[in-house]
Design a protein around this ligand. Sequence first.
Ligand code: URA
Length: 241
Amino acid sequence: MKLIKLLANLGYGSRKDADKLIRSGVVTDVEGNALKSKDFPGLENIRVLGEELDPVGPLVIVMNKPDGFTCSREDPGETVYELLPHRFSKRNPGINPVGRLDKDTTGMLLLTDDGKFLHQVIHPKSGCRKVYHVVLDRPLSGEEGEIFGSGELVLESETKPLLPAEFEALGEKEALITLHEGRYHQVRRMFAAVGNHVLELERISIGGLKLPEDLEVGDWRFVTAEEQAAIFGPLPEISGH
Ligand code: URA
């Protein structure tokens, strides 16, 4: 791949911008020698302003999503993309969330430029469960486990019943819920269906991968190959959160 096209695909600017960047001498090899557009010393040997290049796709990012950020570029307000380097939103192929979280949902969000990975994670048949920690407005009735696990619950304005979900009460107004699909506002609507109201919602795992404990709210990092494999592995141990 040509250096200009590589830089443009990684979001460093349009091809014209990338050409300008190269001409300005800030695209160098590891020794700091300015590269020309025809040079290509290998991905690991290219520096932009002295920094290593961003990884070439396919890539997966894990973020600890804060409250108040939307996952859609079209929605008004702050978006999760603003927590990433600006150039990431100009990459080709683009980076998209692997199943959106509501603006006021926090916790584990994956983002990827890999369409196949995205579909594997969100497709109910992949067996990739998502676990949420929920804080409720009203005390649990004790019937939630049976109702959510029945496979018969139909949400308002839908006709297809939900797949059975696992439910574990953690306290009077606190629970874990494990979903095998991702419908619009699903957890909030499930609790609304049983006469309750979700006050706080946090996604704490996707498949076999838990939200990394060292990831502060608002932070993100690239997912390692091991973590990516873990997503499709057995469920992690999750106890009272
Ligand atoms: N269910 C919801 O209601 N909201 C989310 O953000 C995720 C699951």
